[in-house]
Write a new protein. Structure first.
Length: 352
């Protein structure tokens, strides 16, 4: 079940919770804005549902509440930043602005970031650049995390290692957002919290058996999340995971070698300006020709129509603007708990 809420009231609650936990208003507002945008796109696992996970991180000091990033190196087109475990959404807005400005001047720019905190939904971030006419690639990993076993193994070692590409289209950006694992940690938590199993065997127990049970990650010995391709073709997801860890950790010269224990994010960000290549007009023409051909493709009976990545986010965004932001009961249960603890009221749902 879901309920709908006024955007501004959700923003006030989430920003207030973060600020009460010690995050400055400027940073709290940036984080909250991107979380609410994520919910408006329909990705409720990475929207305001993250606030209950961020609050203890702020309370313990594992998420840094003050200061800014450090520039480790700056070679104009390529940069490395140290995020000092500051809120990832805030760090990423700074990084995007820097890379977009340089891409406008030089055609492209790339950055590796070490020691950011969690950066949230990647599509929310790539969309920022895509809406301004850029092609944007983002990949992230957590060197402290061990959730996905290498293909052929049973011991969790890698993180899901998401990556995303956003680029301009005619009516809205194309937003490709996926990961090297068959599902995400947030989805695993969602199923554990709601007491449900996955519809497909996306988990692996410690004996190497595929299972639908998300609780294997809390067993002893621990199970893991399967890589993309599952038990049959998981070598593909494993290879993808290695690629993401190379881009995010090896290029930043910081990662599993240092064996960090704090929840964090290493990031690789690249921004390209189509104007420096064949031009934005020609770029969009090619993109839309393929998009329309795909949408017009004959659909599998009962499964269609064919959608382009970003179509559903755009549709959900329009619905959110007209009727309110929809949140599932699992998110509301956790949000209600932290709001009550902070002495704040959950907004009243919108009634039709």
């Amino acid at each position: 079940m879901t309920q709908k809420f006024d955007r501004s009231e959700l923003f006030t609650l989430a920003s207030g919770l973060l600020a009460q936990s010690g995050l400055g208003k400027d940073k709290a507002d940036v984080v909250t804005e991107l979380l609410v945008q994520t919910d408006e796109m329909g990705v409720t696992t990475h929207g305001v549902s993250m606030v209950p996970y961020y609050l203890p991180e702020l309370a313990s000091g594992n998420m840094t509440s003050e200061g800014t990033h450090d520039v480790v190196s700056d070679n104009k087109v390529a940069m490395v930043w140290d995020g000092n475990y500051l809120p990832g959404h805030w760090i990423m807005t700074q990084a995007l602005e820097a890379c977009m400005a340089r891409a406008s001047d030089m055609g492209m720019a790339a950055m590796a970031i070490r020691r950011s905190h969690h950066i949230g939904c990647l599509s929310t971030l790539t969309r920022i650049a895509a809406q301004k006419g850029f092609v944007c690639y983002i990949a992230t990993s957590d060197p402290s995390g061990k959730w996905v076993a290498p293909f052929g193994g049973v011991e969790p070692l890698l993180t899901p290692n998401p990556w995303a590409v956003g680029y301009p289209g005619k009516d809205h950006p194309v937003l490709i957002d996926t990961c090297a694992s068959i599902t995400t940690v947030s989805k695993v938590r969602e199923h554990i919290n709601s007491g449900t199993e996955f519809a497909h065997p996306w988990m692996l127990d410690a004996e190497g058996n595929a299972t639908t049970d998300p609780n294997v990650v809390n067993a002893e010995p621990r199970g893991s999340i399967l890589p993309v391709g599952g038990v049959d073709h998981g070598h593909k997801g494993f290879a993808m995971g290695l690629m993401v860890e190379m881009l995010t950790q090896a290029l930043a010269a910081h990662g599993r070698v240092e064996a960090p224990t704090r929840w964090g994010a290493n990031v690789f960000l690249q921004v390209l300006d189509p104007e420096a290549f064949g031009g934005l007009e020609g770029f969009v023409a090619q993109v839309e020709h393929l998009n329309e051909a795909c949408r017009a493709s004959k659909a599998i009976p009962g499964r269609g129509p064919v959608r382009i990545p970003g179509d559903r986010a755009a549709k959900t965004g329009r619905a959110s603007a007209q009727g309110g932001v929809a949140l599932p009961d699992e998110v509301l249960t956790r949000l209600s708990a932290v709001a009550a603890e902070a002495g704040m009221a959950l907004p009243r749902p919108i009634t039709d």
